[in-house]
Design a protein around this ligand. Sequence first.
Ligand code: LMR
Length: 437
Amino acid sequence: MAVAEFIPSSSSFTKTTTLYDSSQLSQYVSTHKPPLTLRRTHYAKICCSVTSNEVQAPVAKQSNDSIKKTECFGVFCLTYDLKAEEETSSWKKMINVSVSGAAGMISNHLLFKLASGAVFGQDQPIALKLLGSERSIQALEGVAMELEDSLFPLLREVSIGIDPYEVFQDAEWALLIGAKPRGPGMERAALLDINGQIFAEQGKALNAVASRNVKVIVVGNPCNTNALICLKNAPDIPAKNFHALTRLDENRAKCQLALKAGVFYDKVSNMTIWGNHSTTQVPDFLNAKINGFPVKEVIRDIKWLEEGFTEKVQKRGGVLIQKWGRSSAASTAVSVVDAIRSLVTPTPEGDWFSTGVYTNGNPYGIGEDIVFSMPCRSKGDGDYELVKDVIFDDYLQSRIKKSEDELLAEKKCVAHLTGEGIAVCDLPGDTMLPGEM
Ligand code: LMR
């Protein structure tokens, strides 16, 4: 008897797993049809432009495969057997990458880079599992169709859905991009609460169904505290595996230093962003280098470094919103690529990168139990270690403290979402996302 594991969706996200054989499965599906808008998630394994009855070949095998065929259609259903194809014999085992907010602008840049092999390498086949909302499901199908039409050799599966418990199944990477932007008149505390709920739910889903070593990169703002909420709701996944994206800030800082020094930006190294992805973030010009020399030896204008440079980096996101009328998307996607590549390739000798990570055990005296951007190095195995050989002066210490205070206050605001009691929200007045000015 063919047996498949079939996991019914649940709006409350409480998960029950039942084993069905194939006839029970079709009976289950016909008697438990969800409303039309939700039905997609039950069959959401693969969604492309070609429906299953249009597929000519190969003929589906019975057993588990036939169940798979009822869940998927389109070109991605046809090419799973990597071992059977000579040109793929040197490829690695396929990885599962889940992306939330997959119909949004950032994802629209990011997904095609992931599928092209530019992120994980040209020998790394990939399955993309795309999470959207009921509202974005049509757009998500459009994304899947465009991925299909792009003929990426390494892209072996695309699935779409609106249930994180399905979309995060076996995820080895979870790129959490989807979040609500702050609307006019909305209090920051309300934003923390609304988005926090999304990330609490997604943390629970990751905890239930993702790979036990899934690496999570939180992009949706306020990303540090969202990452904290997510990891608190995923106690079975190492807290170390959760990142808040501050790589965009690092890239922005490198660009500004390069401009001022009159060098190309590849000459800027050892760039740390400390703290929150907000206007309290600290671009560290004390430890950064230009052409291997301390920045202060190359740029002697300390007032510019402390004020002009620092503020430019802190507020770059906001200036971009004024120009574009929306948040940065392409450069954010590029920085997600950079963030992943920094974890899957060894860090060049002597250099480091910035990422927002869990502070427990940090050597800098930063308060425990928050997600804080700090300097890291990686051996290229997806893991990282904090850099120890950094120096501090009074200016840097005091700026770091301000960002730390902000994150500790944000944490109190979301205590109801991290399992730490009743939320008390008393945020510093100047607490802002880079996009808020
Ligand atoms: C950015 O840094 O560009 C964004 O995080 C800005 C924002 O607030 O959306």
